[in-house]
Design a protein around this ligand. Sequence first.
Ligand SMILES: C[C@@](CO)(OP(=O)(O)O)[C@H](O)COP(=O)(O)OP(=O)(O)OC[C@H]1O[C@@H](n2ccc(N)nc2=O)[C@H](O)[C@@H]1O
Ligand SMILES: Nc1ncnc2c1ncn2[C@@H]1O[C@H](COP(=O)(O)OP(=O)(O)O)[C@@H](O)[C@H]1O
Length: 273
Amino acid sequence: MLVFPNAKLNLGLYVTQRRPDGFHSLESVFIPLPWTDALEMLPAAPGQPTHITLTGHPIPGDPATNLCVRAYELLQADFPQLPPAQLYLHKIVPIGAGLGGGSADAAFALKAANDLFGLSLSPEALESYARRLGSDCAFFICNQPVLAVEKGDVFEEINLNLKGTACVVVYPNLHISTAEAYARIVPQPPKFPLREALAQPMSTWRETVSNDFETALTPAHPVLADIKNQLYDAGATYASLSGSGSAVYGLWEKGEPAAVAWSAEYAVWWGVL
Ligand SMILES: C[C@@](CO)(OP(=O)(O)O)[C@H](O)COP(=O)(O)OP(=O)(O)OC[C@H]1O[C@@H](n2ccc(N)nc2=O)[C@H](O)[C@@H]1O
Ligand SMILES: Nc1ncnc2c1ncn2[C@@H]1O[C@H](COP(=O)(O)OP(=O)(O)O)[C@@H](O)[C@H]1O
């Protein structure tokens, strides 16, 4: 079974509270971004253990602890009938970019195992496995725009239609660890409630929708502000850091992005949402 785990963008991100478990409560709207990896899952050859073959961007860490393998093993613990699996992951989405790529791979591995081996798990059951793998992993089970609260793993519906919006995402080849990014934040309530702000025309978001990580990380990484300014110069209606960075995106409510000569060291995706 071949699936294409997609990235996500955060529209607004407010870190509101430090929780007793050391994690943080947040408020953010997650939307799917059609920048994808490719993940294939099939039963392993007879006598072979579960194994992952990795191509594309190198992924830090031991392949045996790759999030796709961990997702599969989590299901195997509850469904001993699952055979060893052979996984192939071609990594395209930048890592440590605030695009949730690793979480997407894990969520799509859960969904692929469910379909391939007929486990008949509901979306809610898959979400509870996903929550055990990462805070933003559960989003990728239903993979539609939501207002995320708590640890980013509890969702409220939001009426937001960005279909047809042009989008440019720029990753400046800067790996920012999510844990370190959270450590730089002083939690506080949002200045403008996110749901209400996003209900207004996109042209107002520049003044009302922000990302606490962008404020905290830009002084140490001025390249983030440079990219954002270039996106606005190219006509973006709204531009922001995604998640804990370092990818910065622009959205065009109408029209097309003007051409920008991005550094050859950057990874750039553009398309329509
Ligand atoms: C910041 C966000 C916003 O969408 O996205 P990314 O920038 O990673 O894409 C997410 O909260 C990232 O979620 P995820 O990447 O799944 O984080 P996890 O693996 O669960 O946690 C990594 C580390 O981030 C911190 N963490 C994460 C989530 C949260 N609500 N509070 C936290 O304090 C903890 O220090 C944790 O050890
Ligand atoms: N399949 C995977 N793809 C990406 N990262 C993975 C994967 N499996 C494990 N990881 C680990 O997860 C970390 C965070 O990855 P990622 O989800 O891309 O970050 P972010 O959500 O900040 O963009 C990486 O540094 C890597 O060590």
